[in-house]
Design a protein around this ligand. Structure first.
Ligand code: NAD
Ligand code: DAU
Length: 360
């Protein structure tokens, strides 16, 4: 039975990945989820798998070398799927240090622990071991309208403290391949959306605010472009790269679904109107009048667009979920999980929201 060590599995993409893997493999695999449970980590995301015999949760910080080494000593780990990171660009602009500590130094701890556990006396590595580093398209910088796409060969040119920290971690993982032939893959994915996404990110923030009749903050002119991918498609891609990816390679993952932020907001408002029953009091609150243009994000990247040609050609992965379907599934999930939203937006979130948006 293969054992997966998933870091950051209590966050948005990590928890969706764990659900995907149990749906696909059932009892054939074992998953150990290591998460520090920061503001972004939430064990409620994993309630329906927590009693499985082939699932274990360990609360640990990836910066804690001793704790991470102990996990490798006590378990024969076959695969590391490394999601754990500070992930929100706006937070990185306010407080860059934690991004370097977690994303760069934490990744180094993970690499060293896996290398120590997997390396043989002759410097080669045990069979069928792999470290998959989950990264982002933001490491490539920013495109203008009419430019081409991000390819795996596009020079790394990050702009925010978040993307600089992710680019640094990518470089470390690549250096471990170049220097030691450490068995790894890197994936660089575009913007994800779907269930369990924390409402600091655009799509859940807009859904949550619109349903309460609160202002919908649009940074700058609202014409920045992101390439949106439904989170299950990302989970599937990660699994396929684990299975078929050539060691040492980087794979871009993207939705071929470029949209301006203002288009996304309009689609969400229209879909909410369609999906809410006439007698639901929230229907009257959802309105385009809530759209409010606010001060732009500092250093705001204009456009991200991924060319997922290599992963399609070599591995056979392509995005399956159309945005019009994915956004309905996402909204339906938020309708059915009002308590989840209430829980994550009580307490600290209120303070975060006030600090982040009061000057905008
Ligand atoms: P998230 O913020 O929702 O979750 C991050 C998880 O990591 C949380 O559970 C948190 O508790 C955990 N974590 C943070 N610091 C930790 C530490 N020091 N030790 C252990 N655990 C820690 O993030 P996400 O959106 O799910 O992103 C997951 C990964 O995917 C990140 O590496 C991110 O860079 C990458 N990514 C995200 C997107 C996206 O659109 N969200 C797109 C491409 C790549
Ligand atoms: O591209 C992949 C990246 O996507 C991931 O690596 C990051 O972890 C993830 O957070 C995401 O980064 P973005 O900065 O693109 O996502 P965010 O949801 O914060 O913002 C999306 C766009 O919407 C961006 O152009 C900024 C804008 N925005 C965002 C918020 C929160 C607004 O206009 N208003 C808002 O309130």
């Amino acid at each position: 039975m293969r054992t997966y060590l998933v870091t950051g599995g209590a966050g948005f993409i990590g928890s969706n990945y764990i659900h995907y893997m149990f749906r696909k493999y059932g009892d054939e695999i074992r998953i150990i989820n290591v998460d520090a449970l920061t503001y972004a980590g939430n064990l409620e995301n994993l309630k329906d798998v927590e009693n499985r015999e082939n699932y274990t949760f360990i609360k640990a910080d990836i910066r804690d070398r001793e704790a991470i080494e102990k996990i490798f000593e006590e378990n024969d780990i076959d695969r590391v799927v490394h999601f754990a990171a500070e992930s929100h660009v706006d937070r990185s602009i306010r407080n860059p240090e934690i991004f370097v500590e977690t994303n760069v130094l934490g990744t180094l701890v993970m690499l060293n622990a896996a290398k120590k556990a997997w390396e043989l006396p002759d410097g080669s590595f045990k069979e069928d071991k792999k470290f998959l580093h989950v990264s982002t398209d933001e490491v490539y910088g920013s495109l203008e309208e009419g430019d081409t796409y991000f390819y795996e060969t596009t020079p790394i040119d990050p702009h925010s403290p978040y993307s600089a920290s992710k680019a640094s971690s990518d470089m470390l993982v690549k250096a471990y391949w170049d220097t030691y032939h450490f068995p790894m893959n890197i994936t660089n994915c575009s913007n994800n959306y779907g269930p369990y996404q924390f409402p600091e990110k655009l799509i859940p923030l807009i859904i949550n605010n619109a349903l309460q009749g609160k202002k919908l903050p649009v940074y700058g002119d609202g014409k920045n472009v992101r390439d949106w991918l439904y989170v299950d498609d990302h989970a599937k891609a990660i699994d396929m790269v684990q299975e078929k990816g050539r060691l040492g390679e980087r794979y871009n993952i993207g939705g071929h679904n470029e949209k301006q932020n203002i288009e996304i907001i309009n689609i969400i408002l229209e879909t909410l109107q369609e999906m809410l029953p006439d007698d639901d009091p929230r229907k009257k609150l959802v309105s385009k009048d809530l759209i409010t243009y606010v001060t732009d994000r500092k250093g705001h990247d204009r456009r991200y667009a991924i060319a997922p040609d290599k992963i399609k050609k070599e591995i056979g992965w392509y995005p399956e979920t159309m945005f019009k379907d994915g956004i309905r599934l996402t909204i339906q999930w938020y309708f059915e999980h009002e308590d989840w939203m209430k829980n994550v937006t009580s307490g600290d979130y209120q303070k975060y929201y006030q600090d982040m948006y009061q000057d905008k």
